[in-house]
Every structure is written in C-alpha cells, then in structure tokens.
Design a protein around this ligand. Structure first.
Ligand SMILES: [Cu+2]
Length: 345
C-alpha cells in the first residue's frame, strides 16, 4: 500500500503521457477491451489512470442495474434475500447484511482497507415498494462495532444511531420497518466516529418505489463517493460507485430516446459538496425522489453529503457524453465517466 497524497496520486496513477506509455507497455491485469484513452487526451495529458481493476470481485457496471441481490446467481440469492407476498398484496422483503472488513480496489492497482456491507462498497442496493415490510438481519463480523441507519420512517428503536444501538463484534440485530416514503434513500453505519465509519465504505442505496409505478425506464444507481487513502481527512480518490474512472474505461450504455432514470446519492465524506454534470443535454431533477413533480431542469446538480436526487432524461443523439463532478479537481481525481448512447431501432 503506497502512502498517497491528493497530488501524488495523479502522478502514481500515470496521468502524464510518458507514464501512460510506460504503464501501457505492461500486461493489463484482467483487461476487458479497455476504452482507448487516445481520443480522451490532449497535449501531454492523458485523462485517468491506465490499466484495469479486478472486476471479478466488484464490477461497477453490474452494480448500476442491480438491486435486491439480482446480480447474484439464483441458487445463492435466497441466502441473502427472500420476498413473501402478504395478504394485502404488499411484500415482506427480508435481507441478510453482514459487516466485514475487506480490502477493495478503488483505482487500477490502488487498494483501500474498507469496512463493508457484504464485502462490497457501496453495499447491496435495497429496493422495495411503498407499504412493503422490510426486515434486515444484520450480522457484525467486522472488527469494530457497527450499525445500519436507514433514511426513512421508522421507530426510534430501529434508528441504529444511539449508543444502545451499537451492534458489537460477533452480535446480530434485526431492523424491521415499513417502506416509506417513496424516494431515493440511503443506509449507512452510524457508529462513532461517524465520518470514519462512513468514509471506510459502510453505505448503500435504499430505494422505495411509489405504489403507483413510475413509467418504465432504464434505471441506474449512482453513488458518489471518495476515499482518503492516507487518513489525513482529505480524499485522494473520487468516483461514482467506488472505482475511479471506471465508466470512462467502460461507458454506461444507454438507448437513444429511451427514458433513463438515475438515482444519485452523495456519500462523499470530508468535502462539503459534490455534483454531477452531464454534457450535451439536460435532465429533470426530483429532489430526494419523494414527489412526482419536477423540481428543476438543468445539466448540473449539486449535492451535500447524504443528499440524493432522482434524475430523468432521454438521450437525443447517439454518441459519447461526458459525465463528471463539476468540481474539476474531483473529476481529475477519478469522478469522470462517459455515457454511450446507441440507436436500437
Ligand atoms: Cu461502522
């Protein structure tokens, strides 16, 4: 593990053309047709790190469209998630979440000693419909006390925030509550020191759909996060869904004309604000996703830590569209990606 400062990471990750050439000469670990950076460079600056992370452990492309363990093989899924239809037609949704320490890859070749839910950062996405009953069996197999604090309506005893709510190492707790209100929410550990537990990776998306379904769309989970690799209370690496520049190497494929709905959650620690800017087009903003009226129509949305938005748009033209934090420094340190819109008819 290299001690990285915010600035030296740029050099280490091979941002100069010379370094990029040098690193490219080495075999790429787990390379899967990485996008050529040639078209993304200008002058002496190549954008983003080169090489490829090990996507067999966590693939941000899969994470985008996975919820309720839909990315797990059916025979294994039942070990983590079970749903039962109740007499009134709503569902009981039962989850098993486990706190576990795990080293994760946050940029090609850069590892971070994370505290995780189920071995991944962000944790598994939980998705229910308004009125469903949520039951989460939480097991703490990590090395510190942890909790799960859900954003949403619940009894104070289910809040996972107070000293008496701490789940000690080796212990278990069952969180149970009704899913409301509908919206784009999140869950995170609420143990002390809070900033350490959150930035170490203990968070995930918690979506509640309205009883009357929204129009069908291509839905994407986008969690904006950052990593303090040298523990100086400042982030060295930024990303959406953990792996820096992943969607630059693997653009998010969408269809021209089809409704795209992004659930964007900001869990970036240490920085007061983060943002999402999409090139060449505009989107409707539903703040917190809790209403069906549009709050804004823009191409840039700013978010405080813990804030989330639901964005809807349709790509008008085929081609590649940049998407990144409008804090330029965050973009240069990893929060940079591409959408690739394709004609399908
Ligand atoms: Cu924790």
């Amino acid at each position: 593990m290299h001690a990285l400062t915010r600035r030296s990471w740029l050099k280490f990750a091979g941002f100069s053309a010379a370094a990029a050439g040098l690193l490219r000469a080495k075999p790429l670990r787990g390379a899967q047709d990485p996008v050529s950076m040639a078209g993304m460079s200008h002058g002496a600056h190549a954008m983003g790190p080169v090489g490829e992370a090990d996507l067999s452990r966590f693939d941000p492309t899969t994470f985008l469209r996975a919820w309720n363990f839909s990315d797990v093989a059916p025979e294994d899924r039942a070990r983590h998630y079970r749903e039962t239809v109740r007499p009134d037609g709503t569902k009981l949704r039962e989850y098993d979440l486990v706190a576990v320490d795990r080293e994760i890859e946050i940029a090609p070749g850069i590892f971070f000693p994370a505290w995780t839910f189920n071995g991944q950062v962000p944790g598994p996405t939980i998705r229910a419909t308004e009125g469903d009953r949520i039951k989460v069996n939480f097991y703490n197999q990590g090395s510190h006390p942890h909790t799960i604090h859900f954003h949403g309506w619940h009894h104070p005893s289910m809040d996972g925030s107070m000293p008496e709510h701490q789940v000690q190492v080796g212990d278990r707790f069952v969180y149970e509550f009704d899913a409301e209100p509908f919206g784009t929410h999140l869950y995170h550990c609420h143990s002390s020191p809070l900033k350490r537990h959150i930035h170490k990776g203990m968070y995930g998306a918690f979506l509640i759909d309205p009883r009357t379904p929204r129009p069908a769309a291509d839905e994407l989970i986008m969690v904006m996060n950052g990593f303090d690799t040298n523990f100086d209370a400042d982030n060295e690496v930024y990303a959406v869904n953990t792996l820096a520049n992943h969607y630059e190497r693997h653009p998010i494929r969408v269809e021209v004309g089809r409704l795209v709905r992004m659930h964007v959650i900001n869990v970036t620690e240490f920085d007061l604000i983060n943002s999402l800017h999409l090139h060449g087009m505009f989107f409707d903003v539903y703040r917190t996703g809790t209403r069906t009226i549009v709050d804004d129509h823009t191409d840039t949305v700013m978010m405080c830590q813990g804030e989330r938005v639901m964005l809807e748009t349709r790509f008008r033209y085929p081609g590649r569209f940049m998407c990144h934090a409008h804090q330029s420094e965050f973009a240069e340190l990893g929060w940079m990606g591409l959408f690739e819109a394709v004609e399908t008819r």
